[in-house]
Design a protein around this ligand. Structure first.
Ligand SMILES: [Zn+2]
Length: 247
């Protein structure tokens, strides 16, 4: 299998040597694939459209010893709005970093591919902040970090009154179990309910969710802390996003 044919999403695109690009493509069939696209910075290259950042394209890779080489690339959807609008670009860059940093190379996961593809679509047409919360929740679910949002994660009792959330163990904690829990934060009932909705709803129905400013801020902070705790790293593109939103 020297040649690999698959649809993919270009999640990283860096200049390389004189006329080449180094890409990281999240593919449907082979997961995260690093590849070089040769000569694509020359005007006459037919692959220029398909290798642009965030493009959804049909790829053929030659599978090399260290790095794959893109031998064919035909664009399916170029998503130009994600490159021309700075806000949307920043959100898409965050999706890309989150996905790329949380998976090993060459391990197929069609759920991640379709989640990325759908959320890039939604980013063009919907409230980008809401789509980002949706992407965060669903990526964590796909990666196996779905939080417990109904009962106490330790004793299984219904959580009443003041709600706490364990960033470390991933879920709600009741008052009785709180002294035993690690990395606890308070969570409002509204935030818990919306997390549950984001986690189970049809992706294309996310436009139906309406959040107050307070809830938006709470969910953004909670998910950011939860992701950093679970994946044990910070995300550069996230810091950039936050800096844009503070202006
Ligand atoms: Zn408990």
């Amino acid at each position: 299998m020297a040649y690999l044919k698959t649809p993919g999403l270009v999640l990283r695109n860096l200049n390389y040597k004189e006329a080449d690009k180094l890409l990281t493509v999240y593919t449907l069939e082979y997961g995260k694939v690093p590849a070089v696209a040769k000569g694509v910075r020359k005007v006459k290259s037919s692959m220029r459209g398909g290798i642009q950042l965030f493009s959804h394209s049909d790829f053929v890779f030659y599978h090399g010893r260290s790095l794959d080489t893109v031998t064919q690339c035909a664009v399916i959807e170029p998503f130009p709005q994600l490159r021309s609008d700075l806000d949307r670009f920043a959100f898409a860059a965050y999706f890309a970093e989150l996905a790329l940093e949380s998976v090993p190379e060459r391990e197929a996961n069609p759920d991640i591919f379709y989640l990325l593809l759908t959320c890039l679509h939604l980013l063009v047409t919907h409230d980008p902040e809401l789509v980002t919360r949706l992407f965060e929740v669903r990526l964590m679910n796909v990666l196996g970090y779905a939080p417990e949002l109904t009962n106490c994660l330790y004793c299984g009792a219904e959580v009443k009154g003041r709600m706490r959330f364990s960033l470390q163990d991933g879920g709600l904690v009741c008052t009785d179990c709180a002294p035993e829990a690690a990395k606890l934060v308070y969570i409002s009932p509204g935030a818990a309910a919306n997390l549950k909705a984001l986690s189970t709803m049809d992706l294309d129905k996310c436009g139906r969710i309406r959040l107050s400013t307070a809830l938006r801020q709470e969910l953004a902070a909670l998910l950011s802390q939860y992701i950093e705790t679970q994946l044990e790293r910070e995300f550069k593109s996230r810091a950039f996003l936050d800096s844009l939103n503070q202006v």
